[in-house]
Design a protein around this ligand. Structure first.
Ligand SMILES: *[C@@H]1O[C@H](CO)[C@@H](O)[C@H](O)[C@H]1NC(C)=O
Ligand SMILES: *[C@@H]1O[C@H](CO)[C@@H](O)[C@H](O)[C@H]1NC(C)=O
Ligand SMILES: *[C@@H]1O[C@H](CO)[C@@H](O)[C@H](O)[C@H]1NC(C)=O
Ligand SMILES: *[C@@H]1O[C@H](CO)[C@@H](O)[C@H](O)[C@H]1NC(C)=O
Length: 188
């Protein structure tokens, strides 16, 4: 754990020294849902250039989300091509974050992303058609991850006073990499 943190700090430091620019490029997305609660699901990654790809998502909530909990887990792909847990495993009551009763860091990041890229930009509950357009993970939102392949898994469940039901899972496959610089046109 300590070693990983040290590596994180060092990679940030070396990044600054050599003036490399880290980007988090989206490679792929997978969406799975509880079909009794969610319909008309589409989720796609659209490549824009060498460094950027954006995500577009649509779905229809048959059952409104009253008090969703989002569990965020990060996995990193190791030398044996297996995804292993990587530092982050948190459960976020997103309504509390939206109502500013909770300032859990990854919750605040998710809420920023929702406000920027989705129509989920209001207080709970969430019902009807949910839309995300041209979303991407701005490097400034996250600590500098070591270069490599990651999976960000968001598992959504919804709670009321008696039950906690599974709603769906989004898996974002992301490459933390040095920004690819295209050749500048010669200055005449
Ligand atoms: C779901 O998709 C079907 C087929 O594309 C469409 O006819 C229907 O209106 C959609 N329903 C909602 C709620 O968006
Ligand atoms: C939320 O997003 C919708 C669709 O993008 C937009 O029309 C609306 O103005 C936004 N509302 C707020 C409070 O930002
Ligand atoms: C909680 O949700 C379950 C399943 O969705 C439902 O059967 C139950 O009536 C709900 N309870 C309350 C108190 O709303
Ligand atoms: C899907 O949602 C329904 C209704 O909320 C719930 O009864 C069911 O247990 C959920 N399915 C799974 C696999 O959790």
């Amino acid at each position: 754990m300590k070693l990983v943190l040290l590596v994180l700090l060092c990679s940030g430091f070396i990044g600054k020294l050599t003036k490399t620019q880290l980007v988090y490029k989206l490679k792929k997305i997978e969406c799975l849902v509880n079909r009794t609660r969610v319909s008309n699901v589409s989720c796609h990654v659209k490549p824009v250039n060498w460094n950027l790809a954006v995500v577009n998502m649509d779905c229809f909530m048959i059952v409104p989300l009253l008090n969703p909990i989002i569990r965020i887990q990060v996995f990193t792909k190791d030398y044996s091509n297996q995804y292993k847990p990587f530092l982050v495993d948190v459960k976020i009551r997103i309504c509390e974050v939206i109502e500013r009763r909770n300032f859990i860091p990854y919750g605040v990041i998710i809420w920023k992303l929702f406000k920027r890229y989705t129509n989920v930009n209001h207080s709970c509950p969430f019902s009807g058609k949910l839309i995300a357009r041209d979303g991407f993970l701005d490097t400034s939102l996250l600590p500098p991850f070591p270069q490599g392949l990651y999976q960000f898994s968001l598992i959504v469940t919804d709670t009321n006073s008696t039950t906690n039901d599974y709603v769906g899972t989004m898996k974002f496959f992301i490459q933390a990499m040095e920004q690819i610089k295209t050749k500048k046109p010669p200055s005449a």
